[in-house]
Design a protein. Structure first.
Length: 239
């Protein structure tokens, strides 16, 4: 478990949580609790991920999280995202700076798009089930992630899953994957650190190892890896 965030006369640090496609803030509740127990203010932001475009959602979701953080007069605003949530943060930061921006952790982000959308996106009922933004997450000419700049302006850590419970979707993916996104597709130029964990896309944010690694990155700017000699390490993950 990560150590509590040190108190500061300048105010607390805040973490904005952004859930993934067709999910709600409930999916991030465990992460929310552990961040709060570690001393962070937390804005677990709920947004309607199914009925608006990525362009619209980026402003709504990110600005809602920032506003919740600012109610606590925070000194830093971090982000931890699942799946689509990471693309919303990237889209927002490509257009607008965040003055108190701290670190960003993305869990299973489709940073290079997902071939699942390419293969299954036009099937009857897919958009109804997955939501409007899903069709913007492919790898073709209408892919929003592929239009976004690299992450050179902020500290970014990415956690990718390697276990799938969606064998049909995995057939569409060219690499090791989490059932929705390939490991390679989570990566982005400019990221500060990257790890793989043996969990699925759907439940990666609820796994204790992932939560511990997220807390560690927010505090230190890097993850815990095998053979690390970091004296502050409180984790011994199996990655």
């Amino acid at each position: 478990m990560a150590l509590p965030v040190a108190a500061s006369a300048e105010g607390p640090e805040c973490v904005v949580l952004l859930h993934g496609l067709s999910r709600t803030d409930y999916s991030m509740k465990k992460l929310e609790r552990e961040l709060a127990e570690s001393g962070y203010s937390v804005a677990n932001t709920d947004y309607d991920s199914r009925h608006h475009s990525i362009e619209e959602l980026a402003d709504v979701a990110v600005e809602s999280g920032i506003a919740q953080c600012e109610q606590h007069l925070v000194r830093k605003i971090h982000f931890t995202t699942h799946s689509l949530g990471g693309i919303l943060v990237r889209h927002y930061l490509a257009r607008k700076p965040i003055a108190k921006l701290g670190r960003v952790v993305m869990l299973a982000p489709p940073n290079q798009g997902s071939e699942v959308i390419d293969v299954f996106g036009n099937m009857p009922g897919f958009q109804m089930f997955s939501g409007e933004p899903a069709l913007q997450l492919g790898t073709g000419s209408d892919s929003v992630p592929l239009t976004l700049p690299p992450a050179h302006e902020y500290e970014l850590g990415i956690i990718a899953g390697t276990r799938s419970i969606s064998p049909l979707f995995s057939l569409a993916l060219p690499d090791r994957d989490d059932g929705k996104v390939s490991v390679e597709s989570t990566k982005i130029d400019g990221m500060n650190d990257f790890i793989e964990v043996p969990y699925t896309h759907t439940f990666i944010m609820q796994r204790q190892e992932v939560i511990d690694q997220t807390l560690y990155f927010l505090r230190n700017g890097h993850f815990i890896h095998h053979n690390s000699d970091d004296s502050d390490s409180t984790l011994q993950p199996t990655l």
